[in-house]
Design a protein around this ligand. Structure first.
Ligand SMILES: *Cc1c(COP(=O)(O)O)cnc(C)c1O
Length: 380
């Protein structure tokens, strides 16, 4: 089959399944509101959970750095901002070392690709992020998946013999369900099997745990490899791997993602230093976010769609079919609320959903208007 035929077939199939993904041109976005095609909506699809993308200190931080690193960190791209950010992240999260990556996607690919070799096995939660599962399926190691948040299922996978190393992979807070992994039990099972634990805490860092240190800190767990990302609660972009001295040295020596890619812009590292400060001092923001979460959950309990049992900023409402999820999303947009519908393959077939995200930037009236629109749609 030629490339053109294959593309045409795949595109037709996607259209037919109501699965077409449409980018929308956003002309203004202040986390609380969003302007699309000249219309302003209350914005319930942002991962900027603390509203830091709008914070004056973060914006000022960005202006203090150069727009480009000019080279990979191994050549001349490693600046004072990068070094200071790595040191502060490592101290804050209680690790010997931190290494910066250009994105969470890149960090996950780098870790999985570098570690997983022949005879090793990767044991990942079924709902782990595409960046982890994708990477895992392209290594010479065996990929096994365990049932979502199911420690028994993990233990069974770990019990089968393996000649190489075992890397257990999970998330702190799951991106499409909003629930938390039982990290202490997972860490225990992993340790007993002599494996390593990798946690991707994209949605927990900054949001939960003392000073916003994330899911692992909150649950008293220190995984061998912790990936935190800065495109969500930090309000910027980028990621870091927290690990031991030896692992950091190994990554610096051998990770092609670090060696053959331009370092994060110094401006971004500088903005992230400011964002880190705001996250550490962010108890009031986290309180406001939590108040919004509780207000939403109380008001959404009587809706006819299944609200996932999530205590996080991610509050998914399971609709089922793709078309129904899209229709509900459009109905909410008519009522002035922007909530993206998430469909397979991002989520399992038959579980298309509205992925409602709440932030510290929302006011009580925003939550109330969303609830009102949902109840109106339910009544129709
Ligand atoms: C968003 C996300 C990523 C990717 O991070 P980026 O910095 O956006 O590339 C990785 N893992 C999880 C769980 C995510 O939600």
């Amino acid at each position: 089959m030629t490339f053109s035929t294959r593309m045409a077939q795949a595109l037709d199939a996607r259209r037919a399944a109501d699965g077409w993904r449409q980018r929308r041109l956003v002309t203004r976005n202040d986390t609380r509101t969003l302007e699309v095609d000249g219309v302003t909506y209350r914005h319930f699809s942002s991962n900027d959970y603390l509203g830091l993308s709008q914070h004056p200190a973060v914006i000022a931080g960005w202006r203090q750095g150069a727009p480009g690193a000019g080279a990979s960190g191994h050549v001349t791209g490693y600046s004072r901002c990068h070094a200071e950010l790595e040191t502060r992240l490592a101290e804050w999260l209680g690790y010997p070392r931190a290494l910066l990556f250009i994105s969470g996607f890149a960090a996950n690919q780098a870790v999985v690709h570098l570690l997983a070799q022949k005879n090793d096995r990767l044991i990942a939660d079924k709902l782990a992020h595409a960046s982890l599962l994708d990477a895992a399926s392209h290594t010479p190691a065996t990929l096994r998946r365990f049932h979502h948040n199911d420690v028994m299922s993990l233990t069974q996978r770990l019990a089968t013999p393996c000649d190489g190393g075992s890397l257990v992979i999970t998330e702190g807070i799951f991106s499409m369900d909003g629930d938390s992994a039982p990290l202490a039990a997972i860490a225990d099972a992993t340790r007993r099997a002599d494996g390593w634990l990798m946690v991707d805490d994209a949605h927990g860092i900054g949001v939960v745990g003392e000073q916003g240190r994330g899911s692992c800190w909150q649950q008293g767990v220190r995984p061998d490899l912790l990936v935190v990302t800065f495109g969500k609660a930090f309000g910027v972009s980028g990621a870091a791997l927290l690990c031991s001295e030896a692992a950091a040295d190994y990554f610096l020596q051998f990770s092609r993602h670090l060696i053959y890619s331009t370092a994060m812009p110094p401006a971004q590292a500088s903005a992230l230093l400011a964002a880190l400060h705001e996250v550490q001092q962010g108890d009031a923001l986290r309180q406001r976010l939590n108040d919004n979460i509780q207000r939403f959950r109380a008001g959404a309990a009587a809706l006819p769609w299944r609200l996932m049992p999530s205590q996080s900023a991610i509050q998914p409402l399971i609709v089922g079919e793709n078309g129904a999820a899209l229709a509900l999303s459009q109905r909410l947009a008519q009522a002035g609320c922007w909530v993206s519908a998430i469909r397979p393959p991002t989520v399992p077939p038959g579980t298309a959903r509205l992925r409602i995200t709440l932030t510290a930037a929302h006011q009580k009236e925003d939550i109330d208007r969303l609830l009102e629109a949902l109840h109106d749609a339910a009544g129709e």
